[in-house]
Each structure stands twice: as structure tokens, then as C-alpha cells.
Design a binder for this molecule. Structure first.
Ligand SMILES: *Cc1c(COP(=O)(O)O)cnc(C)c1O
Length: 405
């Protein structure tokens, strides 16, 4: 291999081995997923869909894409699946372009209340094309379905979008979809963060309720970086057309091969155990952080992550907390809290997630220790000596839970 690249891969591997990954959207894929990603399927152009390609030479690409689709259908009980979206953001854009005309109204969750950039934040292309109205959570952190219904009745959206990347509570799928039905909107759920918890049957599935469900295949689902769209049969044709040729060119077949591997892994009973352990670990993290005096947004968590108001509870900004934790080898991300008055570059909160360390095999006992380190680093964020000592302790624990590479 290219020696410069090899060196950087070796360094990144070491960083991942010795560090504690608590970014809620990250995970470690299996060796089998990595192998598929590095396979010769990367060489093949296969515009179109299985059985209907624009180029020749497709017997194995057709077979691999069909395998990925069949496994995903089984995993999510889906009527139709498109495994070609290159990632989560393109998957959402494909859905918008399939069901909306420019200027149409979409109802989505506010970014500072846990929504995702791709749900209509003003900086995105989607927000320039469509009219996004954003709803917020109540003071107690839950969604006010009466208020949501009032907004929906007033704005008459064509599409109602639920889903999040920093919201830690369970959404009432039925209530949400009933409102969409009442106002004649198409319902869409973006399960990017929690797809693995749904696949592992630790959380209820939105698939029976929503017209269209989008996801990433990395994050809790523990596959390669990529996207996927699950939908009811009646939307199959327009979704596929909007993906190719509407939005993308040739699908990334090595990636689809890796998706097939990951879906196969997620179908095993051990994945259900993994998903349940994530929820257990997140609950322990919630309890321990509260015990250390941290304020958790939305009152706590029902999923794999917590959103912590570090400024409000410890007088340390999100950026300061992120930097202090980086110094001890714990990686988290600074994050806005609902109605944050500070900038996204130095907000009031941090987001902490447990999927990656759960993949490494860490359980309740380790989480307790980690919460103590987080508290120690934030309390002593200006004390280099203490941070140095904590860094050694973090490294020692990580060595006990090696990655499979
Ligand atoms: C991560 C995420 C996305 C975007 O996924 P990318 O693969 O980064 O494009 C979209 N929606 C939600 C809810 C996410 O959490």
C-alpha cells in the first residue's frame, strides 16, 4: 500500500484503539464489513436497479444488491427498500425531491431541539427549495402533540418529518402519523440515529406507521457509511426514480456489499443483545451523570445518548468540555441545547452516546467509571496534571477492550 497512507491508517487505528469514542453517531464496524468495503465491487458501474441496468456485466452486482434489499426488508419488516443512497443527507434529499415540488411546505423538528441539519436548517439547499416550518419540544423536553397538530392544521404541510440526532426521547409514532393523516400530509421518519436499536428490537419500529423512513447505515446500525430508504409500496416507484436518475449516478456497489454484510449481522440474535445493552448503558450513564450534578436535557434518555447542559450545571461551555475530554482521550461533541443562545461553535451542551463503547464490550461497571472521568475532566478542565493522569486511566481501560482490527 501507499506508504504515506499506510502510516496514517496505522495512526488512526491506534487513535481509535486507545481512545474512548462517545460520539453518539459513531461505531466500529466488523472486519467483515471492512472487507466488503475494500472489495472489487468498487470497480463496477451499475446505474439502474437489479434486472434493469444501463451497462452490462451485472450478474453479481444484481445479486449483491438484491441480497442487501432482502435482508433489509426482513430486518425492518419493510414493503420496499432502496439501498443506493450514498448517505443520510442524500437519502433525505431524495425523499424531498420525490414527494415535494419547489415551494411546498414541510414540518420538521428544530435543530436546537434535537432535529438534524437536513430537516430544513436555513443553511441547507433543501431550505432554499422547500418551505420548512420547524416545531420545538416543550419545557419538559417532550413533544407537544396538541401544539404540533395546531401548527399542522395552520400550515397544511405536504410532508411531516419526524426524527432527530440529539433528541433522547421516544416519539409517539401513532400520534404523530394520525396528525399527518388528519392534515393530508405524507409522513416521514428519519431513524438515522436509532436504526440499530430498532433493528435490534430494543426500540419500537416506526416502519409500520410512517409512509417513508430514511436512515444511515453507519451509527447504531453498525454498517458502512451509507444511506437507505424504506417505504410503503405505493411510494416505491417515485422513490427509486428520485434516487436514480433523479439525484444520484452509479450506486457504490462495494458499499452495498458492506450493507448486505451489516444487515446480515444485525439479523443475528447477538445484535439484539447488543441493542439492549446500549439502552442499559445509556440508562446507567444518565443516572451517574445526574448523581455527579449534571443537568440532562429532555429529562433523561430513552435511547443511546444523553444531551447534557454543561454550562448550566457546571459553568463550563460545550467547547471547553469537549476540549477537556479530548485531553483525557474521551471523544464527545459539543452540542446546542434547546433554544441555546450561544453559537453552535461554542454552545451550552455536549452530546454523549454509548453505541461505540458498547460494541467494544463495555458494560454498566465501565460506564460508571466513565461518568466519573467525565465529571473529573470537566471539573478540572484547567488542570493539566489531573487531565494527564485521567488520560492514562482511560487508555488503560481501552486496552482491556480491544477493537477487532
Ligand atoms: C446523521 C444523520 C443524517 C445525515 O447522515 P450523513 O450520512 O451524515 O449524511 C441525517 N439525519 C439524521 C437524523 C442524522 O442523525
Amino acid at each position: 500500500m501507499d506508504s504515506q497512507v499506510r502510516k496514517l491508517i496505522a495512526r488512526e487505528t491506534k487513535r481509535q484503539q486507545e481512545g474512548m469514542e462517545l460520539i453518539a453517531s459513531e461505531n466500529y464496524v466488523s472486519k467483515a464489513v471492512l472487507e466488503a468495503l475494500g472489495s472489487v465491487f468498487t470497480n463496477k458501474y451499475s446505474e439502474g436497479y437489479p434486472g434493469k441496468r444501463y451497462y452490462g456485466g451485472q450478474p453479481y452486482t444484481d445479486a449483491i444488491e438484491t441480497l442487501a434489499i432482502e435482508r433489509a426488508k426482513k430486518l425492518f419488516g419493510a414493503e420496499h427498500v432502496n439501498v443506493q443512497p450514498l448517505s443520510g443527507a442524500p437519502a433525505n434529499m431524495i425523499v424531498y425531491s420525490a414527494v415535494l415540488k419547489p415551494g411546498d411546505t414541510v414540518l420538521g423538528m428544530d435543530l436546537s431541539h434535537g432535529g438534524h441539519l437536513t430537516h430544513g436548517h436555513p443553511v441547507t439547499l433543501a431550505a432554499k427549495i422547500y418551505r420548512f416550518i420547524r416545531y420545538k419540544t416543550k419545557a419538559d423536553g417532550l413533544i407537544d402533540y396538541q401544539e404540533l397538530e395546531r401548527i399542522a392544521m395552520r400550515e397544511k404541510p405536504k410532508l411531516m418529518l419526524a426524527g432527530f440526532s440529539a433528541y433522547t426521547r421516544q416519539i409517539d409514532y401513532k400520534k404523530y402519523c394520525d396528525i399527518a393523516k388528519k392534515v393530508g400530509a405524507i409522513s416521514m421518519f428519519d431513524m438515522a440515529h436509532i436504526a440499530g436499536l430498532i433493528a435490534g428490537k430494543a426500540l419500537p419500529s416506526p416502519v409500520p406507521y410512517f409512509d417513508i423512513v430514511t436512515t444511515t447505515t453507519h451509527k447504531t446500525l453498525r454498517g458502512p457509511r451509507g444511506g437507505m430508504i424504506v417505504c410503503k409500496k405505493e411510494f416505491a416507484h417515485i422513490i427509486d426514480k428520485a434516487c436514480f436518475p433523479g439525484f444520484q449516478g452509479g450506486p457504490h456497489m462495494h458499499n452495498i456489499a458492506a450493507k448486505a454484510v451489516a444487515f446480515g449481522e444485525a439479523l443475528r440474535p447477538s445484535f439484539q443483545k447488543y441493542a439492549k445493552q446500549i439502552l442499559k448503558n445509556a440508562k446507567v450513564l444518565e443516572k451517574e451523570l445526574k448523581r455527579h450534578g449534571f443537568k440532562l436535557m429532555f429529562g433523561g434518555t430513552d435511547n443511546h445518548m444523553v444531551l447534557v447542559d454543561v454550562l448550566g450545571s457546571k459553568g463550563v461551555t460545550g467547547k471547553e468540555a469537549e476540549t477537556a475530554l479530548d485531553e483525557i482521550g474521551i471523544t464527545v461533541n459539543k452540542n446546542m441545547i434547546p433554544d441555546d443562545s450561544r453559537s453552535p461553535m461554542d454552545p451550552s451542551g455536549i452530546r454523549i452516546g454509548v453505541p461505540a463503547i458498547t460494541t467494544r464490550g463495555m458494560k454498566e461497571k465501565e460506564i460508571q467509571q466513565i461518568a466519573e472521568w467525565i465529571n473529573g475532566a470537566i471539573k478540572n478542565h484547567k488542570n493539566k496534571k489531573v487531565l494527564q493522569k485521567l488520560r492514562q486511566e482511560v487508555k488503560k481501560l481501552c486496552k482491556k477492550f480491544p477493537l477487532p482490527y
